[in-house]
Write a protein that binds this ligand. Sequence first.
Ligand code: PNS
Length: 159
Amino acid sequence: MHRVVCPGSFDPVTNGHLDIVSRTAGLYDEVIVAVLINITKHSLFSVDERIDMLTEVTKGYGNVRIERFHGLLVDFCAANGITAVVKGLRAVTDFEYEMQMAQMNYRLAKVETLFMTTNPLYSFLSSSLVKEIAKYGGDVSGLVPEIVLDRLHTRLAEE
Ligand code: PNS
């Protein structure tokens, strides 16, 4: 049984995340999408809202589970019998930071990290950019799932 984790903030989930999660689901027995509870980082959506959106957009995958975690990712892995972390790599700009975390996680607990190259359709995509563009009225359709698009517009209208 190979259970892996796709960790992140997912504020909100994008089509880029979904691409990585769905491809990972095709490779492993079980994929846990783990949402980091980070109280210091300002987020647009609460952890519950992010989990709701992730649950909705991954409901077609029988082997994907959504969880939340705080503290160290390696501790979450140990507590959940997770053998590896799967991360999407968009461009060289991601590489240095991701490599540092991967090596640290291995040093801490021998947790392996596997990098999956992003679909080039989404190599420029990030949750932060989506939020910024949507905030100023730009078009982010096609970059996030429909239900996320609706929730983004509703949330930004409230602000
Ligand atoms: O979507 P993000 O914000 O780029 O995801 C970053 C995340 C959640 C994967 C990373 O910050 C993380 O693993 N945080 C948990 C705390 C931890 O284990 N830190 C040490 C990493 S070596």
